[in-house]
Design a protein around this ligand. Structure first.
Ligand code: ZN
Length: 512
């Protein structure tokens, strides 16, 4: 297997790297070994006269338990993954993607390198063809890519994630001075764990609209690429309770410190931007503060980083489609990562927008499909919403539903909620189990305590909007929405194999 190494980053490009290839390609080997072992066991049972019904009739749970018991997992739970190229690629992607705009720009670059053609939403003509691979972006912060089948699509396999994360965002007029220092005043975006933003080195990144020196109005995706601010806790001797409790007034206590007063004679943000662009006037800003500490692998087993929710799902999904870019016969494969999930998805580029449906309709129109053909295809489709899940925390076990909890390192999690905060139902849950079984990947159900609450994600929003069946899965992590989150590396590799499997195993919509 040839391996393409990108000189600049030294990272593996579109083809899969040696170890993962070894892993992934030995996957089938292992699975066939499993099946031969099963066949042998059946023969033994048969010969022992205790005829057992075929595996098919066993529920997928029993079969999965059997797999768990009898089969060595595809990835060794306790192995050292610090040199695994997909993990190093994930770290690189997170570090280079402080905002949704940066994440989309990075995916765009990779998809163009992999031969995907860009389609522009504002253009009337879209030249798409059977077997072709394309992508569109919206607002520069939502990314959608798809591979068309060689015949009219009879169904769509959709993997969905989101590009945004909770953070601090500067106010329209953020600059003020106090106590001898210059400050930037933020609001918070989504639900960040605010205490974790204190005493961290913070960078600034986002989008600005400006007038250049020729009077032209332009847009720029900015990244300070270094720490430019910090937020300090109050003095412990004057606030003893801080030993265990950090009380925060969001209006008063969140302004971050940048420079000493008198350092510059123009707004600090203008000083920063002038390092990157020439401008006459800044006329619009969406700037996020972000922790500059790079992702760190701990003991070869865990990753500590910001933005695991949900660059983990985005990375597994976009790599999943890149590694599965061969056209199917009559099933279209779609990967989409929406912006604004953390603030409810109700934006033009959010999961509650028309984007996915619009692209499906425009493509089917181009392929001369009738409305009924599109409708039938949609109703035969499956949506896999990939977003982080909560791993059981050893120091807070009482917060979890004891019988429906997931540990780090135990494989992808199927998220279930009776209130439909998750899109998972028995059919889609079964689908995950069946593909996991085939791929030799352990999976586990999670639901919240009945007296507790669970989060929500794009699954139910998109499933209801398009009328396609969905399932919510994710990697079990700790410290979700903190400026430093944690998860077990092996689960990301398992998720990547599972998503590849889901792209190659169509959704069985039969209800009975
Ligand atoms: Zn999320």
């Amino acid at each position: 297997m040839t391996i393409d190494i990108e000189k600049s980053s030294g990272r593996v490009t579109s083809s899969v790297d040696e170890t993962t290839v070894k892993n992934l390609s030995s996957e089938d080997e292992k699975v066939s070994k499993i099946h031969s072992r099963k066949r042998k066991k059946k023969r033994i049972r048969k010969s022992a006269g205790k005829l057992d019904v075929s595996v098919k009739s066993k529920s997928s749970f029993d079969a999965l338990k059997e797999v768990k018991v009898s089969q060595k997992a595809l990835f060794k739970r306790t192995a050292d993954y610090s040199k695994n190229p997909e993990i190093l690629d994930l770290c690189n992607f997170i570090e280079k993607s402080p905002t949704a705009w940066h994440a989309v720009a990075n995916m765009k670059k990779e998809y163009i390198e992999a031969g995907f053609k860009e389609l522009v939403l504002t253009e009337i003509e879209w030249n798409v063809d059977f077997g072709g691979k394309y992508f569109v972006t919206q607002n520069g912060s939502t990314f959608l890519a798809f591979v068309l089948p060689t015949e009219k699509p009879k169904s769509f396999s959709v993997i969905g994630a989101h590009t945004d994360s909770p953070a601090l965002r500067t106010k329209p007029s953020p600059e003020k001075t106090s106590s001898g220092v210059n400050l930037l005043c933020p609001e918070y975006y989504g639900g960040p764990i605010l205490p974790t933003w204190f005493d961290r080195d913070l960078g600034l990144a986002g989008r600005v609209k400006y007038i250049d020196n020729d009077g032209k109005s332009k847009c720029y995706i900015y990244n300070s690429e270094r720490a430019v601010a910090f937020l300090s806790t109050a003095p412990i001797h004057m606030k003893r309770e801080q030993l265990t409790k950090l009380e925060i007034n969001e209006q008063k206590n969140l302004p971050v410190i940048t420079t000493l007063t008198g350092t510059h004679d123009r707004p600090f943000i203008e000083v920063l931007l002038s390092e990157k662009i020439d401008f006459k006037k800044i006329i619009g800003t969406e700037l996020f503060l972000y922790p500059v500490q790079e992702p760190r692998i701990i003991n070869g087993q865990f990753l500590s980083s910001w933005r695991l929710d949900n660059l983990l799902g985005t990375h597994a999904g976009y790599r999943g489609l890149l590694l599965n870019a061969e056209p199917e016969e009559n099933r279209a494969k779609i990967f989409i990562s929406w912006d604004n999930e953390e603030v409810g998805s109700n934006t033009a580029q959010g999961a509650a927008s028309m984007l996915l449906e619009e692209v499906m309709s425009r493509v089917c129109l181009q392929l001369k499909m009738s409305y009924s053909e599109l409708s039938a295809a949609k109703n035969s489709s499956g949506l896999i919403s990939v977003d982080s899940s909560h791993a059981e925390h050893p120091n807070y076990k009482e917060l979890y539903e004891p019988d429906n909890t997931a540990y780090m390192g135990d494989g992808p999690v199927i998220k279930v909620n009776a209130q439909q905060h998750y899109a998972t139902d028995a059919i889609s849950q079964g689908w995950i189990h069946e593909v996991a079984l085939k791929k030799g990947i352990p999976v586990k159900e999670f639901c919240a305590r009945t007296d507790g609450r669970c989060g929500s994600t794009i699954g139910s929003i998109v499933a209801s909007k398009l009328g396609i069946r969905g399932v919510d899965i994710g990697v079990a992590q700790l410290a979700m929405h903190s400026s430093r989150e944690h998860f077990a590396l092996v689960d990301h590799l398992s998720m990547m194999v599972l998503l590849r499997g889901l792209y190659s195993h169509p959704f069985d919509v039969e209800y009975d």
